[in-house]
Design a protein around this ligand. Structure first.
Ligand code: ADP
Ligand code: MG
Length: 482
């Protein structure tokens, strides 16, 4: 029997409801899924109507996988989802339709940031495989730069002044400054990719003849491994050695793996550097703190300038928000902008996320953007990102990380690794919960408050003096944020 579209959507919804992760799922469900209206079933294509472009983008960014699974489960492996977006009637009379295949990545239509720029527009042909280099033809390399991450829209603040200025200098004189390599490091969402990309664009603008290439370290690794399999390693190396400005993003990805990739990169690095070519590298840590990478490589990374990107202060956050609004042509009361800037202080990505979510809420419910709406939204946003943690949860994360049984924290053992895990648990419990020292002690092996205090001090000291310990703390901190 053929299913009708409403039944199909109901089945999808029930799958989605069951599979939404996290505490906030009811709100997520009512905000993002309940407003969707199924409109038609066309073979194995279900057409759903969403209230706005924002809404569609939000779904696509956050729930594409979930929707894909739901629709496939209900309609089979070839199922498609097609969105119909209701436009503001003052702008357009009929709904526009965007088709998204349920397989593979969505179309680039709404993902301008991922559309690679073709900088040598005069040539029409593109190499399917970048390692196939014809002998005489002028080489055309897709820079893989995103046209939207420019220096112009990279807001300057105390947090990025050095990195930005160094980036500008590099773009003016690639390979000719002391900033080679230029190493941009900082936490997630602080603008490393944006800035690295922007330097690439600026270089192309000032020196159109230079070959600029942006790659993620993951892509580089993949290409290297493919080349190995296909027997084209020397093509791979030659290809990279032709580049004038090489940008490698998120080099920490190679830590504790990809030894041979690191080796290959090391040689390419040397060749380029000796030839006066520019290298720009990003990573979540400073070169000296990058664990798990080959030391001869990290020592190279220290040759040039390591510039840190820090979390923006509130003024910069305001500027970033205002610029985003201006780009999107959206107006928002000053007090609302202030409210968001003051309350979302983790990183720029979350700041943008909050703004998009607020705009989506307002267009979805056809409500004005008011301080009240911002409050509700930020509440939800901050809660869902800074999930409250319990001491139990901290114990679990720490024990999982060190691969020790969770009850060992409670035991009386003085084994070094257990003692360390216990001290780290106490330290994080003090830092991340409102529990008193006495309560923390009680839950961590029945210790007294002085022991907890001592543990916190010990960890804090070791964090300063012991690199291994610092690394553990950073890694654990990341896990708590997941
Ligand atoms: P990272 O690579 O460090 O994780 P991204 O470069 O991806 O961070 O930045 C996250 C988001 O924040 C991007 O959308 C980026 O455009 C934006 N962003 C970061 N820093 C700035 C800034 N100084 N001005 C404007 N936008 C910024
Ligand atoms: Mg990045």
């Amino acid at each position: 029997m053929e299913k009708d579209y409403q039944r199909v959507w109901e089945e999808c919804l029930s799958f989605i409801k069951d599979n939404l992760a996290g505490k906030e799922n009811e709100k997520v469900f009512s905000t993002w899924f309940e407003p969707i209206v199924p409109v038609k079933l066309d073979g194995t294509t279900l057409i759903i109507q969403v209230p706005s472009q924002f809404f569609f983008e939000w779904l696509e960014q956050n729930y594409a996988e979930l929707l894909k699974n739901a629709i496939r489960l209900t309609l089979g492996p070839n199922a498609c989802l097609q969105y119909s977006i209701v436009m503001d009637t003052s702008i357009s009379e009929s709904p526009i339709t965007t088709r998204i295949p349920s397989t593979g990545r969505p179309t680039t239509l709404n993902r301008p940031k991922e559309v690679p720029m073709n900088l040598n527009r005069d040539e029409s042909r593109e190499f399917p495989n970048p390692f196939v280099i014809p002998g005489i033809q002028k080489v055309r390399i897709n820079s893989q730069l995103s046209s939207s991450y420019t220096l112009h829209n990279y807001v300057e603040g105390e947090c990025n002044r050095l990195a930005r200025a160094a980036g500008y200098a590099v773009a003016e004189n690639p390979g000719k400054t002391a900033f080679n390599p230029l190493m941009l490091h900082g936490g997630v969402g602080l603008g490393k990719t944006h800035l690295a990309n922007a330097i690439g664009l600026k270089t192309k603008e000032l020196h159109p003849e230079k070959i600029v290439l942006y790659v993620t370290s993951e892509q580089f690794m993949q290409q290297y491994q493919d080349a190995g399999r296909n027997g084209t390693t020397s093509d791979f190396v030659h290809f990279y050695e032709m580049v004038d400005v090489l940008i490698v993003d998120d080099i920490q990805f190679w830590a504790n793996k990809a030894t041979r990739t690191q080796e290959a990169f090391f040689h390419i690095f040397n060749t380029l550097h000796q030839a006066g070519k520019q290298l720009i590298i990003t990573s979540d840590k400073a070169p000296s703190e990058l664990q798990g990478l080959e030391t001869r490589l990290t020592s190279r990374l220290k040759w040039g300038l390591a510039a840190e990107l820090q979390a923006p202060d509130v003024e910069t956050r305001m500027k970033i928000l205002k610029q985003k609004l201006q780009n999107d042509g959206v107006e928002m009361p000053e007090e609302v902008i202030e409210y968001i800037a003051y309350n979302i202080n983790t990183n720029v990505r979350e700041l943008e996320g909050a703004l998009i979510s607020l705009m989506a809420q307002s267009s979805l419910n056809r409500r004005d953007i008011t301080l009240d709406l911002a409050r509700q939204m930020v509440d939800k946003f901050v809660k869902s990102t800074n999930r409250e943690v319990t001491i139990d949860y901290i114990q679990k994360v720490v024990c999982d990380y060190f691969n020790i049984p969770i009850d060992s924290i409670q035991s009386r053992t003085r084994k070094r690794e257990i003692v360390q895990a216990r001290q780290l648990t106490m330290y994080f419990a003090k830092k991340m919960t409102k529990s008193s020292l006495a309560i923390i002690g009680l839950q961590c092996g029945n210790k007294d408050h002085a022991t907890v205090l001592h543990a916190c001090k010990t960890v804090a000291n070791l964090a300063e003096t012991d690199k291994q310990f610092r690394y553990w703390i950073d890694e654990l901190e990341k896990r708590f944020k997941e």
